[in-house]
Design a protein around this ligand. Sequence first.
Ligand SMILES: NC(=O)c1ccc[n+]([C@@H]2O[C@H](COP(=O)([O-])OP(=O)(O)OC[C@H]3O[C@@H](n4cnc5c(N)ncnc54)[C@H](OP(=O)(O)O)[C@@H]3O)[C@@H](O)[C@H]2O)c1
Length: 294
Amino acid sequence: MTGANSGVGLETSKQLIKQGAHVIMACRRVDAGTQVAKAFDDFKGSYEVMKVDFGDLQSVRDFTENYKKKYDRIDGLMCNAGALFSGDEAQYTKDGIEMSIGVSYFGHFLLTELLLDLLKKSAPSRVGILSSVGHAGNSKNRYKVHLEDINWKNRKYNGVDAYCEAKVAVNLYAMELGERLKGTGVSTASVHPGWARSNFGGSGMMIKVLRVFLYPFRNSITNSNEESAQTSLHVLLSDDAPNHSGAYFSQHSVLYRDKECKKGGWPMISPNPNVKDKVAAQQLVELSRKMVAL
Ligand SMILES: NC(=O)c1ccc[n+]([C@@H]2O[C@H](COP(=O)([O-])OP(=O)(O)OC[C@H]3O[C@@H](n4cnc5c(N)ncnc54)[C@H](OP(=O)(O)O)[C@@H]3O)[C@@H](O)[C@H]2O)c1
């Protein structure tokens, strides 16, 4: 479980450990992970907190090397870490990749590809990757991945657009990997957790104001982390999820911009045709291999 120290990743880890699983809580801040995981000490299952920073590809390589030294199997990989970098100035990872797509997609692409041998050896096994309903955009603006300008060097940067494009990449990768792994016993899925009451969005002034303003309505328009974790748990544990390898699974909400997304679904068909473009998915994976030096 990546991004396991907070929000949806923390809650999903908690539920799994409660049910008896051994969860590797892969966190950028090991101290934060260790602190929150103390609450799981008396659970039936167990955990280990390990370090990984998706803003640094070497950290991802180090994580997989350490993992493989200790473990010879992996039943479920949940690529959960992600963040929205609001504003009109792009930030970049250590490797020079725009931060939203670097963390949500490229770092997890490298992680997953480096763990594929173990996932296949451990089959039946599963891979889930956190997307967002934001990937859908709306009927006038369907997001797509700009393969010719992944790093926003030739476009005016907008943090929300960058986040939504990053999540298109996530959906495309889940679909491509699902196709590629057909017959191996490894299934994949992309996941929208809902509008989770997590730490998502950071602590900027705008977010603080929004939180205060929305506070009276929060229970009716957002999901608790426990509710949000259900989508990831469904993808990891349900008997049915592997029958839909590569699909997109989504929580519902009355507030989504595209009404087609409001009901959610396990799985659901995204209204964005760009996440079903198999050619774009293959081109993305080819480019990704070059960008992460695989
Ligand atoms: N909340 C929502 O409404 C919502 C909606 C749609 C999709 N999502 C997606 O759901 C996933 C979980 O988000 P959340 O809502 O649980 O938010 P959250 O509470 O902010 O948790 C995000 C987790 O990702 C980790 N992370 C961020 N950057 C990282 C990096 N460079 N390397 C390693 N870990 C990193 C964070 O670590 P730190 O604590 O160290 O920052 C944290 O553990 C994300 O992929 C997000 O895009 C959330």
